[in-house]
Ligand binder design. Sequence first.
Ligand SMILES: O=P(O)(O)OP(=O)(O)OP(=O)(O)OC[C@H]1O[C@@H](n2cnc3c(O)ncnc32)[C@H](O)[C@@H]1O
Ligand SMILES: [Mg+2]
Length: 172
Amino acid sequence: MLNIAIGTKNPTKVAAIKLGFQGIDAHFIETSVPSGVSAQPLTDKETIQGAINRARNSLEKENTDIGIGLEGGVFSSDHGLFLCNWGAIVDGDKPPIIAGGARILLPEEVANGVRAGKELSEVMEEYTKQKDVRSKEGAIGIFTNGYVNRTDMFTHVVKLLVGQYTYRMNNW
Ligand SMILES: O=P(O)(O)OP(=O)(O)OP(=O)(O)OC[C@H]1O[C@@H](n2cnc3c(O)ncnc32)[C@H](O)[C@@H]1O
Ligand SMILES: [Mg+2]
């Protein structure tokens, strides 16, 4: 059995990790760890680092076989501010396994709140007048009209991670 530390207690991320590991005999420990980056990462680079830090910190804290981290962020482009998501698996001293998720543009009204220094989660609550969007459908669920929610999006990231992890186990 694979012991896995999950570097979050956010229910959308926890659900995605359990779905992404379906078919693998695994035991999960949810643990709160620092991401080591800003609460609102503003570049791909910072968001990737947050995912790796969460994976490594949860592995070291819980002393499991592997650690997994999922991190949400945004980045600026010529077209506006994109939502981005990254994930990482850390397995001892091996190089981290990394995978990226879907990206969508945020409406300018929401983007301006983040540019002004607010966290996306806070802006989403004001914009939708709903509490705790981050733990439910997420910004991606709201702006895709429910077609792809935060768990769907992170499940894809986790499958990309698990697939690369099992490939490496079998071939390296
Ligand atoms: O408990 P943790 O694991 O930290 O979960 P989180 O919801 O805070 O998620 P992240 O730290 O990975 O996300 C970074 C920031 O972006 C926000 N965010 C990212 N994606 C979001 C989404 O789909 N909906 C609402 N807020 C989102 C989030 O609330 C944070 O302010
Ligand atoms: Mg957070």
